[in-house]
Design a protein around this ligand. Structure first.
Ligand code: C5J
Length: 244
């Protein structure tokens, strides 16, 4: 990887990774009311939605740091068109939820674009100039413009946060891995309705020498990404360059 003025080393497993922040995007997956709040899609599936709350504060701290450092921020939302034309019948019919996708609920129709439940939670709400990708599937690359946008910005590395670890986070990381991105999943910025799936979802990414990518956390990112750290890295690299 080319060393640039904005490259620094991020503590991660299975090994630290050098990230060029200018080629890195923060991707925040599906932090929507439909997954976090009672009456939404997650709860209709029988899940304890309170399990996801632990990821919010760490993710908010990384989001604030990324904004301060000028890192590209991308938010995603899982959901469907009001006429359900982008929702496969196999997805709608599956299982025995208390309400199905498109049914009316307390936050509007379940998992439908434009409804209150589809919106991103207040603590992580996108700024007006941030990219929001609406996706009909679990993976953020499937049937979206994400790949084209990342290419236009020269992005090579993704810091990935969001819910749920083993479903949309894992699917997106696998899609990104096949497209050549280096993915770093931030463990405490992700959550699952099933803590054991969260752990295994992370293990699957970092096993076998990082078969799908790396796992790090919010503290490591905050240390590596501050404007001061970036300035120090820049100074170090200038010094190294001068002594060569
Ligand atoms: C799920 C997601 N779990 N965003 N969606 O259905 O992970």
């Amino acid at each position: 990887m080319a060393i640039s003025a904005t490259t620094s080393l991020l503590a991660a497993e299975p090994q630290p990774i050098a990230l060029d922040w200018a080629a890195t995007a923060l991707v925040i997956i599906d932090m929507q009311r439909d997954f976090f709040e009672p009456g939404g899609f997650g709860e209709t599936l029988g899940n304890d939605v309170s399990q996801l709350a632990r990821a919010v504060a760490p993710c908010a701290s990384v989001l604030a740091a990324a904004r301060a450092a000028g890192i590209l921020v991308v938010h995603t939302r899982e959901g469907h068109l009001p006429d359900l034309s982008d929702a496969p019948p196999a997805k709608i019919e599956r299982g025995a939820p208390s309400k199905r996708i498109g049914d009316p609920g307390p936050m509007g129709r379940i998992l439908i674009r434009g409804e209150a439940g589809h919106d991103i939670i207040a603590a992580l709400y996108p700024l007006d100039d941030e990219i929001v990708i609406d996706k009909p599937g679990k993976g953020a690359f499937y049937a979206t413009e994400l790949g084209e946008i990342l290419a236009n910005y020269g992005i090579e590395n993704l810091l990935v946060c969001g819910v749920t670890t083993e479903v949309c986070v894992n699917t997106t990381v696998r899609e990104a891995n096949d497209r050549g991105y280096r993915c770093v999943v931030l463990a405490d910025c992700c959550a699952s309705y099933f803590p054991e799936f969260h752990e295994m979802g992370l293990n699957m990414i970092k096993a076998q020498g990082g078969i799908f990518g790396w796992v790090s956390d919010s503290a490591a990112v905050l240390e590596a990404m501050t404007p001061e750290t970036l300035a120090t890295e820049t100074t170090n690299q200038r010094t190294m360059g001068a002594s060569q």
